[in-house]
Write a protein that binds this ligand. Structure first.
Ligand code: NDP
Length: 372
């Protein structure tokens, strides 16, 4: 998922970061003769200034409709660095103790939560109660009940709740969905999603049940769960699953190393997937129908995504996923835009219902029914 080249590219992009631009300001002129964007801008605070938060912050510098204007962090030195790098005013900086005061800040519209998984629920509920829109990283919570509580809190507070499913806006992914809907592959019967990487530092939060909620399934297997749904275009009705563990010392109780799972869909289509923390360069989607296929490898990494069908290679240019995601999310929040593949909190809950059932099926060894 994380290539050094991509990281270095983002570093150089951040060196060109734009100054603070308030809502309704003029954005940078675009290439060619197009007029500069003059519409409303979504003003975002990032909560959790870690590895992915930094990637999103850098990518957002090139977004047209979304601007990074604030931070919530437990590390004062990072706040200082971000203030300097992204021109963030002191009054838009918060920590985990005082961020409820964001309700009185008229210069922030939304908070993007990019902290360890088990912190998402309490933080999202506080953000919603402060009257700000919530964007939350995947998995939105550590089980479906917690995810549903977040959805309910956002509804009650009348704020939007979106999930950082960046692949829902990726051009080659969207083209394959378009081709499938146009019948290019015939009746879809099979999907394969293989998602994994070799996890390093044994002391990181991703290997701690109380922060991660689970192992590879929560972190990377979720791409296969979510991808099964948008690639097949249906909701699964049953799941079976098997777990293997080669290193119980590193992958303790409650932290899955490798899980294979299978999903059944109402049309008769099936998915066969693998989630693992033990194999590098495992990032492949494959869809087959009665007439043809679509293959993506890499399929969910930061890109460039490579894709081909039985008719040939897809040549859509690479986009920085998070730049496009933030523009599209601004459109959803500010203009009520409807994405082709939804990114609302309910989507996150559906994936967690499937993951809950996968963990259950691993334990029971039985086929578990799903009601999404
Ligand atoms: P990091 O460990 O790099 O960053 C997490 C940040 O959360 C920390 O830097 C810290 O920021 C804050 N934090 C608050 N409390 C804790 C705690 N108890 N332990 C550790 N960190 C804490 O993680 P990532 O950025 O890689 O992942 C964060 C979230 O983003 C996860 O939910 C993950 O699944 C998701 N993610 C999504 C990706 C995608 O492609 N959509 C890719 C990678 C991750 P601070 O010091 O500012 O308080």
């Amino acid at each position: 998922m994380k290539s050094r080249r991509d990281f270095l590219q983002k570093l150089s992009a951040s060196a060109l970061s734009l100054p603070f631009i308030p809502s309704l300001a003029l954005a940078e002129p675009e290439q060619g003769n197009e007029l500069p964007y003059q519409g409303q801008v979504l003003r975002v605070a990032i909560c959790g200034l870690g590895s992915y938060g930094t990637r999103v912050a850098d990518a957002m510098q090139s977004s047209k409709m979304a601007k990074l204007v604030g931070v919530i962090s437990g590390t004062p030195s990072k706040v200082k660095d971000w203030q300097a790098k992204y021109n963030i005013p002191e009054k838009n900086c918060y920590n985990y103790e005082n961020f409820d005061a964001i309700k009185d800040n008229r210069d922030i519209d939304a908070v993007y939560i990019i902290t360890p998984n088990s912190l998402h629920k309490p933080q999202a509920i506080r953000v919603a109660q402060a009257g700000k829109h919530v964007i939350c990283e995947k998995p939105i919570a550590v089980n479906a009940a917690e995810g549903q509580a977040m959805v309910d809190a956002c509804k009650k507070a009348n704020v939007k709740f979106l999930v950082g499913y960046r692949m829902h806006f990726e051009p080659k992914t969207l083209e394959i969905i378009r081709l499938r809907n146009a019948g290019e592959f015939g009746k879809v019967l099979f999907f394969q999603g293989l998602c994994g990487f070799r996890i390093g530092d044994p002391n990181q939060w991703r290997l701690k049940k109380e922060l991660a909620g689970g192992g590879a399934m929560m972190d990377i297997g979720i791409y296969a769960v979510n991808g099964s749904r948008y690639m097949i275009g249906e909701e699964p009705i049953w799941v079976t699953a098997q777990e293997t563990k080669t290193n119980p010392e590193k992958f303790k109780e409650g932290i899955d190393e490798t899980i294979m799972f299978q999903l059944g869909f109402p049309s008769g289509a099936v998915a066969s997937c693998l989630s693992t923390y033990s194999m590098n360069n495992l990032d492949r989607f494959f869809l087959n129908g009665e007439k043809g296929f679509a293959e993506m490898q890499p399929s969910t990494g930061y890109g460039p995504i490579k894709a081909r069908t039985n008719s040939g290679e897809l040549t859509h240019p690479h986009v920085t996923h998070q730049t496009v995601q933030m523009d599209e999310m601004a459109g959803i929040i500010l203009q009520g835009k409807k994405p082709v593949v939804p990114v609302d909190g309910e989507e996150g809950v559906k994936d967690l219902k499937i993951m809950d059932a996968i963990y259950k099926a691993v334990k029971t060894g039985k086929k578990e029914d799903l009601k999404l």
